[in-house]
Design a protein around this ligand. Sequence first.
Ligand code: ZN
Length: 196
Amino acid sequence: MSEFPVRRRLLLSCGCCALTALATDAAATGSGAPEDWRASLLRDKRELWLLRDGEELRTTYWTAKAGFNRDEYLNLCWFLRDKHAGRVFAMDRNLLDLLCGVQAWLGRNGHAMPIQINSAYRTMATNRTIEGAARNSQHILGRAADIVVPGVSPVKLAGMASLFGRGGTGFYVGREFVHVDTGAERIWIDQKRRAS
Ligand SMILES: [Zn+2]
């Protein structure tokens, strides 16, 4: 497993990625600090458009005017549940914001697509059944999701997530999904493990 302590390495490693280049340009030429353009995507309202196993959820879970919508948050927690165990968990709101930021940025750049959720919350029992899953996986804390965006390569998606996340980003050679979480900041490219 290759693991890098800083997200810059991943940005450099996929310099051919147009989306990452766009984001880097935005960071460099935006009206203020790099955080400004990211924050601007979350400033007024926070929406998510998710797909999972044929189900679809479109939600506005936060607005500047009303704050968090409890019902929509609960809908999201249900959508991101451990389907194998039938358990719902209080998902980390920062994870929702990470997903929202990535999706909003893609939409702003002409790629309005749902995020496909392969896995999100996992009980410890479910996590143990996942080949290669870390015992202390952020999934068991409701802080991680394995995601796919149609038309966006895993490398591009990982690059985007590393810009918006304050946690971990990983992708797996030969697999289509990207792991994102709000745990410790780290990036990895895994050529063997199937999940985290
Ligand atoms: Zn994962």
